[in-house]
Design a binder for this molecule. Sequence first.
Ligand code: C2E
Ligand code: CA
Ligand code: CA
Length: 761
Amino acid sequence: MRIRTKLMIAVAVNILVFVSVIFFVIRPYFIEKSMEQDRQTVESQIASVTETLANRKSTLERTLVDWAVWNDTYAFIQNQNDSYIASNISEESLENLSVQAIVYLNREGEVHYSTFRQEDAPLSKADRQTIISDITNRLSPGLEKQDGVYDSDYGPILYASHPILRSDTSGPVQGTLVMLEFVDADFLADLSAQTKIPLTMQPVQHSETKMTLKNDGTEVVVPLDTVFQTADFEVGFIVEPTHYQNTISMLRLGMLSLLALALGLFLSLLWTIHHVVIRRVMEIVDELKHITVERDSRLRLRRDQHSRDEIEQMATSMNEVLSALEDTRAEVLDRAFRDALTLLPNRLALEDYFSTVRGSHERIGVIGLDLDDFRRINDQFGHRTGDAVLIYIASRLNFYKEAGFAARLGADEFIFLHPDWTLEELKPIARRLTKDLKNWSDVNGVKGMTVTIGLDVFACRESHHTYEVMMGRLDVVIHEAKLSGKNRILSFQDIEDGSHYLQTLEMERDLRYALEHDEFELYYQPIVSPRPFAVRGVEALIRWNHPGKGQISPGLFIPIAEQLGLISDIGRWVLRQSMLEMKEHAARHHLFLSINVSKRQIADGSFLQELEDVLHETGFDPLLLHVEITESEVGGNLYELQQFIRSLKAIGVKISLDDFGVGTSSLSFLQSLQLDIIKIDQNFVKGIPENTFDRALLEGLYQTFHTLGLDIVTEGVERPEQLAFVLEHSGSLIQGYHYSKPVPLAQLEHYLKKTATMYDW
Ligand code: C2E
Ligand code: CA
Ligand code: CA
């Protein structure tokens, strides 16, 4: 989930919680509170209404008592005061008393005198009669003062009565004075004005004060008999829920503004987070992506100079990480282009250097160095000495190189390049290097240490003069120099026009031509078990019968074919040809056929399929096939090689390690390859039996391989003494001139026949 989404959710949840608390806790509290206040208002209004009514009643009562407890009235009711009516009763006095009528009842309860106010509702005599008789009927005799509101035909009437007494309240009671008042609209309006509550009056329905909660407020009815002794009416009014309504509208407004505020907060938070955090983070992410895609370790994140916030600190840290990565990368690159022992540039660096020089110079002077018998130095004097020689040579090369370039190409191979140098400049350097090395070995007591040096002035501008061609030419010169006795300096120009055929470019063309025109031929060299004698197998060795230049050694053209990428085509030819030629013999004499496979062929990937095709096509028994790989190939991709070997073994083909001892791989490493056969290089045999060291070495090797359960083929056995030594110390098979040189097929057939009869008894 994106930060923005997460933040939105978090903020929204917070706001929701906040609003919920307000809605479900605070809001009900306020509502409850307002309802409580409304209830109090209702109660106080009821009190106010009741009090006003009671006041009204007591005012009437006071007037009534004033008139009823009075000597004048007392006399009047006994017919002893004739002027009473004239002096006291008038329309005006009734209005002042604010009563509607006054009725004097004598002791028997009969009407002695009555008068009604005339002004607004003149009543007929009969009406008055009815009212008076209604009231007298309602008065219970014997009770002192009475009051009530009764339902007359003319509307509700409030009445009050009091016994007529002397002014000093002494009796006996001579009658009853009744005063009445119409409870009409004016009366109610008056009451409403006093209480400030709009009141209504209706016939009584309830026995006590009652409050009913309605939509528009609380409906209250107060029966009048709570104030008067008897009453047929009740007053009603409605108390509006003012507090409740106020609170509700206040809350509504509050909630709305709160929501608006929350929304505003939410948006402003989002905006801030987006602009301050997310946008910057996204920028950094984009820049990092760009850096990853570009794979340029020099790139850095842009920095905001004005900001010192955490994101900028993060960007700073990331830039520091990038710097560290750049350093590491530089280190790795440096290591990839440098030889760890001598610290000289390696093959990769050389190729790089060549391509830069090529564009800017006409020619390039090349010196190639290859130590003679370096393996022997290592074995004889120890690896420390071996390393010391290499480091020494590196230092001398650095010393001489001036504006040139020196590199270590392999175990004991070095190269020195200098743009524009000619042979005249190269040769003295080569001679001095030879001399330096001789001095070094004299000083360090390392006898017999020599170096073979090849020189070349390479016209690098020529389009076909590629790096491969330059290296091929150097290989050829050194090879030639080694063949002609090592420890010497030979230049490509020396041999170029001689009997040797070495023009690489021409050779490429000719190799292709040779493939198409059957110029290759296979020779076979027997591999025998000496005692009892039996030819156990043959190694197929290619020969090139060049129409113009005669037979060319594979040692010369195979390295060049490898460099030119022609080895796979040649290898394919060898595969098919050898199986076709040897199928019959192999089956008849139960011979294995050993063929050489070069690194390039393995890397090519198509070898396995081709092998299976040829096996199928020729019907050659895979169990009789051996594939020879060399130790230098083992130095490549181990996993790939293991896969290759596993696939070969799966179809029954055996694996032979060729030229053992030329490389420097450890035994445990070789063991991990599941080899079947080890072929000991002829160099081990050369010094046998004269050289004590070589004897000890070879003997040790036999023991080791025997312990490891590996089959052994000893190569290069030429002399009987050598054979004797091998026989004495091993059960090794033998491949060497002692038995046979590599020979053409016809000759091999002859050999097989001859040896079969020779040793057949
Ligand atoms: P290698 O595989 O080590 O082959 C053995 C070489 O030792 C052969 O040289 C053989 O003639 C030589 N030899 C055998 N016995 C003796 C002996 O008693 N004394 C001496 N001095 N030499 C002996 P050759 O035929 O000139 O082959 C040279 C190299 O060329 C081979 O070395 C092998 O690496 C390569 N080669 C030959 N044929 C093929 C091939 O078909 N394919 C590939 N990839 N390489 C091949
Ligand atoms: Ca071989
Ligand atoms: Ca060999």
